[in-house]
Unconditional design. Sequence first.
Length: 238
Amino acid sequence: MHLSQPLKLHFVALIAASLLFMADHALAATAMITNMNGTVSVHKSDGSLKVLSQKSEVDTGDVIATEKNSYARLKFTDGGEITIRPESVLTIDAYTFEENKPQQDSFIFGLIKGGFRTITGLIGKRGNRDAYRANAVTATIGIRGTDYGSLLCNKNCGSLPDGQYVDVKNGKINISNKAGELDVNAGEYAYVKDADTAPVLLPGNPGLPEFKEEDTVAGGLGTFLTGVIPEGAGCFIQ
């Protein structure tokens, strides 16, 4: 079939637009798994269940679960990272990041079980300072650009009382629930017993269960045993 020059140009333009559309959507994933070990799975918003692997992508609405002796490190499009520790469940509830639209930034995720450590990205550091929220059954964490860790204990932290523990390496977080709120600065630890009890500062590390990536895979980020954190490694969950 012979096409006139205008039709040829129109056809080429349509193909180019389609390719750009597909490229945009191919890059639209919220985050990618950059390091992991063991069994990590995701419940998708459509109800399907998938086992994840290195370079798997995760999206808004996903529920990510790690099994015993397993972990996953996620790299988000705003530059932030979250390492999900073993036997944990984390939900990605909302995520919006466009480089040129800081006023639309949004990142809301939930810790259902277990813990994580994170180096926060651009969301919460530009535009809307309240665009970042980390929810748990006990309290909500907001950030001001920081490295911090959070751990939920439910009869699985030895002699420690159940509840939520947080620690901050750099920057500051605000942890709040219906009973009160608390700013936690670099080098401080805090504890929230439950949603009906206000957050409190702890005098120091209460003896949180240790977590080392190298326990699950050789060549992890390093040892987090004494509170001495390798430069650039992020926050300290223990």
